[in-house]
Write a protein of this length. Structure first.
Length: 91
């Protein structure tokens, strides 16, 4: 079992707690995409997810591939996410 899950934060999370719930769903969605693709080490590569006013910011421990970045774009633009492709990556 993996226990070193990323930190999940959001701007205005105290007044809009649904932002944290949305990030949790996006996290699960992205990890599931990686698992289906046979990428078990993906979950170890990022440190934090942050929702800043509708933009998902992913903070990485290790440099992601374009495919790995796209897992988050797909998750964020889905109905469980924000519905937009506003995703930034910080390494």
């Amino acid at each position: 079992m993996f226990l070193d899950h990323p930190t999940i934060t959001a701007t205005n999370s105290f007044t809009e707690p649904d932002r944290i719930e949305r990030l949790t769903r996006v996290y699960g969605y992205a990890v599931a995409l990686a698992d289906v693709a046979g990428n078990p080490h993906f979950i170890e590569k990022f440190a934090q997810l942050h929702d800043h006013k509708g933009t998902l910011i992913v903070f990485w421990h290790d440099t992601p591939t374009e495919v790995e970045k796209n897992y988050f774009v797909q998750a964020w633009s889905s109905k469980v996410g924000d519905g937009s492709a506003n995703v930034e990556h910080e390494i």
